[in-house]
Structure formats: C-alpha cells, structure tokens
Design a binder for this molecule. Structure first.
Ligand code: ZN
Length: 303
C-alpha cells in the first residue's frame, strides 16, 4: 500500500517498509516509524549523531523552538528522537520536508558528529564498522567497543546500501581479491593443468574485499569485481602457458618467441585455447551466477 507519507518518504530517498523508514541525509542516519491509518498520524523520527551533553542541550533547544510545540524533542543514547504529536497527514507533509532539511543543518552547525563516527562514544568508525546494525529497531553504525555493549542485530543488504560509499577503497579491495585469484589460477594452471573453477573464488574474494574496504554492495561492486576477475584470470592463464612454454623451449629465445614456437605444436596450442576459453566462459558464468543470487537475495531481504 503506497500511501501519501510512504510516497513522500520514498521520493526523499528513504527505504520504507511496514511503516518504518530509513535514510542517510546530509551524512546523518535518519530512522522513523509512522501509522498512516490513524487520523492523527503519530510519527517518530530518530536521528543518530554524537554530541557532548552541552551540545545536545543546545541542539535540543534550538530545534524545539523552531519545530514548534507539536514536536517533542528527546535526547537518546545515540542521538535525538522527534515525536510528531497529533498531526494530520496533511500537516505532516507540510512539516516533514522542513524537518528533514533543517535538523541536519542544525546538527552540523553545532558540531554534532555524523554517521562516520560512533554515535555513542564519538570514535571515528573504520570502514568495516560503518555497516548498519539494528539497536532497539533503530539502524545505527557503532564501533566495535560499543557494539559489544548493546544488543545489536545485523541489517539486510538492501538497507546496507544506504551506508556511505567508498568506491576508491572498494576498487582497491576488488583489485587485491582478483589478484589473489589470479595467483591461484597461475599455479593451478602450471601444476594441475586446468584452473577455470578458480574464477568463482576470484570473484568472491574481489566482492568480499570490495565490501571490507568500505564499498557498497551494489551493481558497481559486481561490475568492478567481475571485470577484474575476467581480466586477471585470463592474464594468469596466459602467463602460466607462456612460462610453461619457456621452460620447455626457451633455452635460446626470449619468452614470447618460445611461446609462439610452442603454439606451433598442435597439442600445446589446443591445451592453451581450451584453458583460455574455459577460463573466459567460467569467469563470465561466475558473474552471471553471482548476479542472479545477489538479485534474489536482495528481493527477499527485509528492512
Ligand atoms: Zn562507540
């Protein structure tokens, strides 16, 4: 059921599910819930941030004055809660755009630390700590220390896609993962012969390290990891055959010449083409399978 509040929130970039919603606005995590069917729509909004007690008081009083009496402002362990009392859907739709714009501006102005910091202790979060956790139904990112002190549960991949993205580091991670895959393929080709199955290992390593380094789990992650996997798997396969050829024929000539000489031998060239093509097909196949499983998991996950 797509009602007015849900529609508004979705347009604002929130993930909305079963009367609960979440988004990151101007660097701050916004959580909330609403009951759309009641005449006076009770809506609560929680914004997580770290601030000192004095900053909290300044923020609370600044926001209470501007937002008016109908909105209660309550400090929490990890931010601030806003309760919209006795408001019709129409009134909510009037005040919400202003709230979503104004609240993060006041927070930033008063120096409240955004979602890159633990909202409980203010420690800067490592990339792997920026994953969202559910604490009392509210999605926040906590550092390792605070995580241990609160009852937290993991949050679905769909919601994780709202965490800040770090493409550059993610790409470095994917590169590292597919290079490890390439090294395995190189040795597997040298000593076992066929190595095409390694492409799935390469892809899994690349995507895992992409996420570990702070990249969002999304289509870009799969595209980057997939491209690196295809390229490095083929290069590793080629390198293994070139070196094998050099070992066998390369007493006098340079590496490439001995490879070309080996390719004149039908048995060698057939083995090379078979290995190369299988590697290419399995690399592409791994990406297709990964994408299929990823999409299925994403469509099933809940907020
Ligand atoms: Zn903390």
């Amino acid at each position: 059921m797509k009602t007015e509040i849900a529609k508004f929130l979705t347009e604002k970039g929130f993930s909305v599910k079963d009367g609960k919603f979440f988004a990151t606005i101007k660097g701050y995590h916004f959580n909330g819930s609403f009951k759309e069917n009641s005449y006076f729509t009770p809506l609560t909004l929680h914004v997580s941030f770290f601030a000192t007690r004095i900053q909290q008081q300044t923020i609370a009083s600044a926001l209470s004055v501007t937002l008016g009496k109908q909105i209660s402002v309550v400090a929490t362990d990890y931010g601030m809660k806003f309760i919209y009392n006795n408001m019709s859907v129409k009134e909510l739709l009037r005040i919400l755009p202003f709230s979503l714009d104004y609240i993060p501006d006041v927070l930033a102005k008063e120096g409240a630390l955004d979602c890159r910091y633990c909202p409980i202790c203010g420690t800067e979060l490592k990339p792997e700590e920026q994953r969202l956790l559910s604490v009392d139904g509210i999605f926040v990112a906590l550092d390792e220390h605070c995580r241990a002190n609160y009852a937290v549960t993991e949050v679905s991949a769909e919601t994780q896609s709202d965490i800040p993205n770090n493409y550059a580091k993610g790409i470095v991670g994917a590169l590292a993962g597919s290079l490890i895959g390439a090294v395995i393929t190189f040795f597997a080709t040298m000593y076992i012969g066929l190595s095409f199955i390694i492409s799935i290992v390469s892809l899994l390593l690349a995507t895992a390290l992409y996420k570990k380094m702070g990249g969002k789990p999304n289509n870009v992650m799969i595209a980057v990891s997939g491209c690196f996997t295809v390229v490095f798997q083929l290069l590793a396969c080629l390198a293994a055959y070139v070196i094998a050829a050099h070992d066998a024929f390369g007493q006098t000539s340079d590496i490439w010449q001995s490879f070309m000489a080996a390719m004149m031998i039908q048995e060698f060239s057939a083995a090379f083409y078979l290995g190369f093509i299988l590697n290419l097909l399995f690399s592409i196949g791994s990406i297709v399978v990964y994408l299929f499983i990823y999409k299925r998991k994403k469509s099933r996950s809940v907020l």
